[in-house]
Design a protein around this ligand. Structure first.
Ligand code: SAH
Length: 346
């Protein structure tokens, strides 16, 4: 089946010409996620909610606190790309303890993962994209390792000009080529004189989603929590990466068989949200945010409840929060309706 996908993609490129990196990434990831559950030790990569229940619980505590200070309105829990549904399950349990029992909406395109999510969170309502989310109440939105999976474009510096990078095919091989020159006005001023071969990435699909969510928050109330690995761009550097079986490989090999992702440009996403009217908090490092939310106390409570798991709980806490693990590469940013209270942890 994957063979069929690779051949069809190569054939389409042969017929219509090289496709943008964004087109390649979107097609490859759609096939990849549709045909498997990639998460966990037996899969290709492990995410924070799969490391420990503490992650989702603290997200739930964060949302419940914000909701409480907003006057405890009726609200919808919305998760973008919920994976195995673990984060939602842990967050919903923590929220329920605080009296928050929202309607659950999952924005998910993968039929395989929808199946796993429906088992974990019975009653969740599925959406293909954010346009069908309800508009009758505040939205409590969570996106962990979602934006990194969305398509990015790449521009590469040639001898005289900048060019969009496109993907050509040769048999079953895919390789990046430089397309015709783009106007210099598309390149941020500070980056225009970068050395030959430099690469800049942009993620218009991500900015469009953040802008649309911000408009919803402004009209309906609520907040969004975005957690991902990232940087403050625009900047020189290629971050597109492929992961298979917990190791890195060439992103242009084997489309649909490995996870493609790119680091998230938090500065550009935050600026897009602010422009659309959101009040933005962060980004701050995931470690600092988790500590502010009380990960130490949560780990101590779990230890007390199951002393035989002490080593495992302590290792998970360190992996989530230590600077040499996920504590600083991963960042947390919040958007909210300007009339909503300031969120905790920033
Ligand atoms: N949030 C989860 C899973 C991260 S993997 C976790 O932290 O464990 C990325 C998730 O986003 C998967 O559920 C994948 O199927 C979903 N996804 C990827 N591209 C998507 C898109 N364009 N629209 C909706 N969901 C998407």
């Amino acid at each position: 089946m994957t063979g069929g996908f690779v051949e069809a993609l190569a054939e389409a490129i042969r017929q219509k010409g090289p496709i943008s990196v964004a087109h390649f990434m979107a097609a490859a990831n759609a096939h990849y996620y549709a045909t498997r559950d990639p998460l966990g030790v037996a899969g290709d990569f492990t995410t924070a909610p799969e490391i420990s229940q503490m992650f989702g619980e603290l997200v739930g505590v964060w949302l419940a606190d914000l909701w409480d200070r907003a006057g405890r309105p009726q609200a919808h829990y919305v998760e973008l790309g919920p994976g195995r549904g673990s984060l939602a399950q842990d967050a919903l349990r923590a929220m329920a303890l605080a009296g928050l029992t929202p309607c659950v909406h999952f924005v998910e395109t993968s039929p395989a993962l929808r199946g796993v999510q429906a088992e974990r969170v019975p009653g969740a309502i599925f959406h293909d994209d954010i346009s069908t989310l309800p508009n009758d109440a505040p939205l409590l939105i969570v996106a962990n390792e979602f934006f990194d999976a969305l398509p990015i474009h790449q521009l590469i510096r040639g001898r005289a000009d900048w060019h969009e990078r496109r993907i050509a095919s040769q048999g079953r091989l895919f390789l990046p080529v430089a397309d015709k020159a783009v106007p210099e006005s598309l390149i941020p001023k500070a980056l225009r004189d970068a050395p030959v071969g430099s690469i800049i990435e942009s993620a218009p699909a991500s900015v469009a989603i953040v802008t649309a969510l911000t408009k919803r928050l402004g009209a309906q109330g609520g907040a969004a929590l975005i957690v991902d690995y990232g940087y403050d761009g625009p900047a020189i550097g290629e971050t597109l990466q492929a992961v298979k079986g917990h190791s890195y490989s060439n992103p242009f090999d084997a489309p649909g068989k490995q996870d493609l992702s790119a680091h998230v440009d938090f500065a550009t996403l935050g600026a897009g949200a602010a422009l659309a009217g959101a009040t933005v908090s962060g980004p701050v490092g995931q470690g600092a945010w988790l500590r502010a939310l009380g990960i130490e106390a949560r780990a101590a409570a779990l230890n007390k409840a199951s002393p035989t798991r002490a080593a495992e709980i302590s290792a998970a806490r360190e992996r989530l929060a230590q600077p040499d693990a996920m504590g600083t590469l991963f960042r947390v940013m919040a958007l909210r309706a300007p009339h909503w209270p300031e969120p905790a942890g920033f």
